[in-house]
Design a binder for this molecule. Structure first.
Ligand code: MEV
Length: 433
């Protein structure tokens, strides 16, 4: 039976829950209670969360942990991480501690430009639209002055505007490409507002110009790009080979060479590259999320960057130079430390304070470091003990909870599995004993 409802968004929260529970669940009262159980006990806090999106029914919990001991550009940090995967925070902490004894993490902001485009079709002579754009460019930029006022005061705004001929990719397709500096804001609303205003002005001036008597210009859309290859940050760690000697009995050079080969495999093989980068994203997403930033935007930009050579590749580099082992990571990332959820979500505010209220450049660096730390931890395990040993240890509690273990059984299991292999079957056997 099809369950279709009109006017759902206009119902009260209670009415929505009633309809959902009764329409889709075998035990409507339990379904209802499961949602209500996760409401915040303070109605004012709950209201803030309810108003983030439409049709909010409850809150969806994610573990929120921290990874201490990060030294980044000489300063110490504890990173906030919102993530459900059992071993990620432990891996970050392990990596942080390891590198804290080897000079810490280093970072560099390479650039902070973001872009947006007005995509349009134009069926006339190319030299005429180029001349038209040259004549009206100043007016197009100035039409955004009202919107840009505050951003300009903070030192940002529109940096440049160019006409791009895309007709080789698609018939009659042109873009006006606009570059922005949005300072500490992610800037999506600012950029999109400027683009829509510019598009309006473009349409107006075109219609008033002699070109409109001969040709057509059709605006298709105006939107920021989440691909930010000119908003780049790099992080790296390095140390002499002899300082790598703590790695499961292999000497420093052997460890470094095996590590470099593992990284090179991620450049040579797409299947491995995806998993290699997934490990990097474990670190990146968990901070992006806990600082109230848009992880979908960050993910899509970083994966596009991983394909910039025409082939999807691992994002880290590893090499030895003059007896020094280095791993680095460069990512394009657009995030903000003001606006959006940063002032509304209590735990986002908390996370930013934990990070010493960074500006967006600092947060770019911290996020990049988190990705690099995860990659180091993952590849280090992969080329030495294997990933499952650490991963399953961290996963043990999840298995115990799935099997409804009691508190006593859990503490006994944690002891027992210190020196026994963790897998679902073994944990089940242990509980049955
Ligand atoms: C698991 O979440 C991430 C890893 O698979 C990353 C990697 O293989 O590099 C361990």
């Amino acid at each position: 039976m099809k369950k279709i409802i009109t006017g759902f968004s206009k119902l009260t929260k209670e009415e929505k829950i009633k309809w959902i529970s009764e329409s889709f669940f075998s035990d409507p009262s339990k379904a209802k209670l499961d949602l209500i159980k996760y409401w915040n006990s303070d109605p004012e806090v709950q209201e803030i969360h309810d108003e983030f999106i439409e049709n909010t029914l409850s809150n969806f919990y994610m573990p929120f942990g921290v990874a201490p001991n990060f030294i980044i550009d000489g300063e110490s940090y504890t990173l906030p991480m919102a993530i459900e995967e059992s071993s990620v925070v432990a891996a970050a902490s392990k990596s942080a501690k390891y590198w804290s004894k080897r000079g810490g993490f280093h970072t560099k902001i390479i650039n902070v430009e973001k872009t947006g485009h007005i995509h349009f079709l134009y069926d006339g002579k190319k030299n005429e639209i180029k001349k038209f754009f040259k004549n009206y460019k100043k007016q197009l930029i100035e039409s955004c002055d009202d919107i840009s006022l505050k951003m300009k005061k903070r030192g940002g705004g529109i940096l440049s505007m160019d006409l791009i001929d895309k007709t080789l990719d698609l018939k009659n397709y042109f873009q006006i490409s606009v570059c922005f500096d949005t300072i500490n804001a992610m800037g999506a609303n600012f950029i999109n507002s400027c683009l829509e205003k510019t598009a309006e002005t473009l349409k107006d001036v075109f219609l008033k110009s002699s070109l409109s008597k001969k040709y057509e210009l059709e605006i298709i859309m105006s939107i920021m790009s989440n691909y930010v290859p000119n908003c780049l940050v790099k992080s790296w760690v390095s140390c002499p080979l002899e300082d790598l000697n703590e790695n499961d009995g292999i000497n420093g050079r052997e460890f470094a060479e095996k590590f470099i080969t593992a990284v090179n495999i991620s450049k040579a093989d797409t299947s491995r590259a995806v998993t290699h980068n997934k490990g990097i994203m474990n670190g990146i997403d968990s901070i992006v999320l806990s600082t109230g930033n848009d992880f979908r935007a960050v993910e899509s930009s970083i994966h596009a960057y991983a394909s910039k050579s025409g082939k999807y590749q691992g994002l880290t580099n590893a090499f030895i130079k003059n007896g020094i082992f280095t791993i680095d990571l460069t990512i394009p990332i657009s995030i903000g430390t003001v606006g959006g959820l940063t002032i509304l979500h209590p735990l986002v505010k908390w996370s930013l304070e934990l990070l010493k209220n960074p500006n967006s450049k600092r947060l770019m660096s911290i996020i990049c470091v988190s990705g690099l730390a995860q990659n180091f931890a993952a590849v280090r395990s992969l080329i030495t003990s294997g990933i499952q040993k650490g991963h399953m240890k961290m996963h043990l509690l999840n298995i115990l909870n799935q099997l409804n273990a009691t508190k006593k059984q859990k503490s006994e299991a944690l002891l027992f599995f210190k020196d026994h292999k963790v897998n679902f079957g073994n944990v089940e056997k242990f509980l049955n004993k």
